[in-house]
Design a protein around this ligand. Sequence first.
Ligand SMILES: [Zn+2]
Length: 73
Amino acid sequence: MIDISKQTVKINCPECNRQITVALKQVADEAVIRCSCCKEIQLRDNNGSAKKAIRDINGAFRDLDNTIKKIGK
Ligand SMILES: [Zn+2]
């Protein structure tokens, strides 16, 4: 079972411009992450789009999973 919330996205640190890998779930949760330069970054899920993506894509995979199970019968 694929869980899209475990997928990662890359953001750039506003302070040192280093690329930071964060889980999609962290974006959806608007977590505060810390860059290796010690800058704290507040993640923003604009318009709840990360939450929506997780819900939509997980829903799609669930449908697919059910379809595969049906075929397997
Ligand atoms: Zn940084």
